[in-house]
Design a protein around this ligand. Structure first.
Ligand code: URA
Length: 273
């Protein structure tokens, strides 16, 4: 490892540089050369939990071998485990005990869901940020506050909607989740949608729309158009992609488009669209 500067200002500048680059989290005390590590062993399947949810196991500080296994293998294990869940409580417990996604080991908490799973509308975002990670629920920070204000414009609040993310653990430094991380987590969000069984699905941002609806186009092309989301058990749910609140915070002029989409959702809830 490179020698650290000895004076305080230089050390502070080095730290600031890392934080600005999104490196705001230490995974371990010492650096590891992952390329020099032995090949990962295949993932062992954990038994499905009993009816009552087990408390999540404390996260080890280093990445386990399961997280280093081939992504397809881990995704197939995820599908198997997600299928076992007969309720949202069981699904949360299974996810809390699932070691196949390395994000779990850098996150403070699993941010599984917020709101009312009986609601007619389910909203799915991308991944938790720092506030969501600290609290352990989706959409708790500035994006969540904007989302609440947008919901309020159509007469809804969190007691009437159910909120989740395609990836339930915070990617370090708020980076975009990798396609592998999304593929591993996808069976869980798919089962979560199936179990919540909402009438309407609002996909917040491009990654949610692309991964749940299989659309290739960017969100500015797909937003505001109704799609059909099909659950594994054959249910069809009306799905509407819209702009992510974090994007609207950066591009406030686009809020009018988000507002139009929320109006479309209101009309659909009222049976007018
Ligand atoms: N952005 C998301 O996509 N999800 C959250 O929970 C918070 C911010």
């Amino acid at each position: 490892m490179q020698d650290l500067p000895s004076d305080r200002d230089a050390l502070q500048a080095l730290l600031d540089f890392h934080v600005e680059a999104g490196v705001d989290l230490a995974l371990d005390e010492t650096p590891h050369n992952r390329f020099a590590e032995p090949k990962a062993e295949p993932v062992k399947q954990a038994p499905a939990p009993k009816a009552s949810p087990a408390p999540p196991a404390p996260a080890p500080r280093t990445l386990p071998r399961a997280a280093a296994s081939a992504p397809e293998e881990v995704a197939s294990l995820a599908r198997e485990q997600a299928r076992h869940a007969r309720s949202l409580e069981e699904l949360e417990a299974i996810l809390a005990g699932f070691d196949g996604c390395a994000l779990k080991f850098s996150a403070k908490n699993l941010a599984f869901a917020d709101g009312n799973p009986e609601g007619r509308v389910m909203l799915v975002g991308e991944a938790p940020g720092a506030d969501e990670d600290r609290i352990g629920k989706p959409f708790m920070g500035r994006s969540g506050q904007l989302l609440d204000r947008m919901l309020a414009t159509i007469g809804l609040d969190r007691s009437q909607v159910y909120v989740a993310n395609i990836v339930p653990w915070r990617p370090p430094g708020n980076r975009t989740p990798t396609p592998q991380e999304i593929a591993i987590c996808k069976p869980f969000i798919a089962r979560q949608i199936e179990l919540a069984s909402p009438e309407f699905l609002l996909c917040l941002g491009g990654p949610a729309a692309q991964n749940l609806l299989g659309v290739k186009d960017g969100i500015l092309r797909t937003r505001g158009r109704w799609f059909t989301y099909r659950t594994e058990d054959g249910r069809e749910i009306r799905a509407l992609p819209t702009l992510h609140p974090a994007y609207l915070l950066r591009q406030p002029l686009q809020k009018r488009l988000g507002w139009r989409d929320f109006q479309a959702l209101r009309r659909a809830l009222d049976g007018r669209e």
